[in-house]
Design a protein around this ligand. Structure first.
Ligand code: FAD
Length: 481
């Protein structure tokens, strides 16, 4: 007979396998799985910040509830401030403990501290577990006991600490949850965006643990080539696991273990090694945001506080809509709008174009990504934008300004990516596709392209905007970092 009642508080760990908080609650106890949707104003902890992630969460919660029901349990859903909701629920169900897996966003950490205190004041045990990363940031420090700011030594330290971590088993059965416990319905949470913009996401994604594993198993057939295909915009060369990882539908420990089972010498094998290193970048982003929480909003390199950003609203709008007149940028931004996802190479290209060619503050781009990406993840997004803008720790040097024409030619060599997302240019020959403003008038006419009418003129001249950015960066060099 179950003795104690334990609440398992699901957050960014919407899975039953390798879930340490759930695993620790299984010793003959009554388990109440709960998800708490914070009130709108508290959305900064990464749950409810963006429309695309709300779409994902809606379906991810449905999938979690179904999995729990298959095991004999169900998901209890509450709304409000967890600091009030959890002690109240604990009193209702006579719980003696609340378990959760730790998250690392600054606002999430602050909430968890308050929750811990509130529970302890009521005599309820609050137990947190490491579930979302291979190693938590306070465990990977350099010899001086300081956090790493540069990826390569960080990755070496991570490898030295060991990336093979034990994986908790999936429960076979879970104790039943009384129907008498009040729960909101997933539909009542109103997570689906009002616009029908996200309705097409279902063609691309299957939120939930099973969807994550389907995608991962499919990708394992390709991982041997990952090093060669990962930068190609026109190929399906990456795993697309990022939204599943963000919502914890699969854990990095499971990923490492499964790659190792296929490739026992994964770290000596180009494709798998490179893939695991990218999973290491996710850890690195969390490490940066944990140790430097101000970087959510502040430049890590303080010289950039003096940068004269232009923030031209017309440029920002054109970038968001994929109407900049630069084909590879427009293809990437339209793909984002339609699918909720963008290839890493494309993220770098569009972020460089926005922050450097248009001199738009990286925070404006980062906010747009947080709203439109299904994998919107505060640590990875912040690190990605600060890296490209040159404002971060281990950042691209300010003078590295991607040339989107050359990037397109290199990483979309047949133009398939551009033709797919910018169909009004599809009939252009390859040599005109990447920079139509340089094409001969008869070439454009034959392809039915009228610049300024069927497709925009470039919103900036790439050469002069590059020089303008270099000048702006030159001006801030005299300030202190
Ligand atoms: P794969 O290439 O298959 O890599 C496997 C996993 O490793 C990914 O799922 C992801 O979890 C992790 N990963 C790979 N590359 C990176 C990276 N550069 N940084 C951190 N983790 C990485 N990633 C997000 O998950 N959420 C974001 O909001 C996000 N915003 C970004 C913004 C910018 C400007 C840039 C340059 C990068 C951003 N990234 C973000 C990182 C990266 O682009 C995505 O993780 C990657 O494109 C996801 O595709 P994938 O799952 O196919 O990756």
């Amino acid at each position: 007979m179950p003795t104690d009642t334990v609440i398992v508080w699901f957050r960014q760990d919407l899975r039953l396998a390798d879930n340490p908080a759930l695993d620790a609650a299984r010793a003959g106890e009554r388990i109440i799985p709960v998800y708490i949707v914070p009130a709108e104003a508290e959305g900064r902890d990464g749950f409810l910040r963006g429309g695309a992630t709300r779409w994902w969460l809606h379906h991810g919660l449905q999938a979690l509830d179904e999995s729990l029901r298959e095991k004999g349990s169900m998901l209890v859903i509450r709304r409000g401030d967890p600091v009030e909701v959890l002690p109240r629920l604990a009193a209702e169900v006579a719980a003696t403990a609340v378990h959760w897996n730790r998250r690392l966003e600054p606002a999430g950490i602050a909430t968890d501290r308050r929750v811990k205190q509130a529970l302890r004041e009521e005599g309820i045990a609050a137990r947190s577990f490491p579930g979302n990363y291979l190693h938590e940031p306070w465990t990977v420090l350099n010899k001086q006991g300081e956090p790493y700011k540069v990826f390569t030594p960080y990755w070496r330290a991570l490898l030295a600490a060991g990336i093979d971590q034990p994986v908790c088993p999936e429960p076979e059965r879970l104790p039943a949850v009384s129907e008498a416990i009040a729960s909101e319905t997933i539909e009542s949470l109103g997570l689906l965006p009002r616009l029908d913009w996200a309705s097409g996401f279902a063609d691309w994604w299957t939120p939930g643990e099973a969807g994550a594993w389907d995608r991962f198993e499919g990708f394992l057939d390709e991982v041997g080539q990952y090093h060669a295909t990962r930068n190609r915009l026109d190929l399906d060369g990456t795993s697309r696991l990022s939204p599943h990882l963000h919502f914890g539908e699969i854990s990095p420990r499971q990923i490492v273990a499964r790659v190792r089972s296929e490739y026992p010498h994964a770290l000596d094998d180009k494709g798998p090694e490179h893939f695991l290193r990218e999973v290491g970048w996710r850890e690195f982003g969390a490490n940066l945001l944990f140790h430097f929480p101000q970087t959510e909003t502040d430049n890590l390199d303080a010289r950039f506080d003096h940068l004269p950003w232009r923030n031209d609203p017309a440029h920002i709008r054109a970038w968001q809509r994929g109407e900049t007149g630069i084909p590879v940028v427009d293809a990437a931004m339209r793909a984002l709008w339609t699918t909720g996802w963008m290839h890493n190479r494309a993220r770098m290209i569009v972020a460089s174009f926005l922050t450097k060619n248009c001199l738009v503050d990286w925070r404006i781009g980062a906010d747009w990504f947080m709203d439109t990406l299904v994998d919107a993840d505060l640590p990875s997004n912040t690190a990605g934008w600060q890296w490209v803008a040159g404002t971060g720790a281990d950042a691209a040097p300010y003078f590295r300004i991607f040339n989107p024409v050359l990037q397109g030619e290199k990483f979309d060599p047949d133009g398939a990516f551009i033709r797919r997302w910018v169909p009004e240019l599809a009939a252009l020959p390859d040599k005109a596709l990447f920079a139509p403003w340089e094409a001969r008038p008869d070439t454009l006419a034959e392809a039915g392209v009228r610049l300024g009418e069927t497709y925009p003129e470039p919103i900036v001249d790439l050469k002069t905007s590059r020089e303008r950015a270099l000048e702006a960066f030159q001006q801030i060099k005299e300030y202190e970092r």
